[in-house]
Ligand binder design. Structure first.
Ligand code: NI
Length: 167
């Protein structure tokens, strides 16, 4: 197990497009374990492989309060979308920033689990929002992209300043 380094906005590597996973092998299983450890220690409720600079279509999520419901989605695809939901979102790659984003309220997603078995899941509320947020990462998209240009610029400047102060 190892803690992975999380990329921060506006790192251009967060814009990479993740490739589908052909087979869930030892390397992917190790990555998933490391991603859970990294997400739990942050702490956060979702993490995409892109955020730790691995351009593979893998996400981990745990929305429980006591970190007891780990969920892994490999090659996730949203098959059904319904309704609208606005929630305040944050992101481990955009630390300290929380802004409301409108997403689909409920979705049906197909994916492989951490062992490589296919599954289907209906999700709504926070889990639905979290899955959509993480799948966006796989396509090089961040939640700040849904905000106004002005807000995004302000956030970018704030994070760049924070980064300079910690270097
Ligand atoms: Ni995120």
């Amino acid at each position: 197990m190892a803690l992975l380094n999380i990329l921060h906005y506006p790192d251009p590597r967060l814009r990479n497009n993740a490739e589908p996973v052909a087979t869930v092998g030892a390397e992917e299983k190790q990555l998933v374990a490391d991603m859970f450890e990294t997400m739990y220690s942050a702490p956060g409720i979702g993490l995409a492989a892109i955020q730790v600079n691995v351009p593979k279509r893998i996400i981990v999520i745990d929305i429980s309060e006591d970190q007891t419901q780990p969920m892994c989605f490999i090659n996730p695809q949203i098959k059904r979308r319904e309704g609208e939901e606005q929630m305040e979102e944050g992101c481990l790659s955009v630390p300290g920033i929380y802004e409301p984003v409108v997403r689909y309220r409920s979705i049906m997603v197909q994916a492989l689990d951490r062992k490589g078995s296919a599954f289907e899941l209906e999700a709504d509320g926070l889990l639905s929002v979290c899955i959509q947020h993480e799948i966006d990462h796989l396509d090089g998209k961040l939640f700040v992209d849904y905000l106004s240009e002005m807000k995004r610029t302000r956030i970018r400047k704030k994070l760049e300043k924070m980064r300079r102060q910690t270097l």
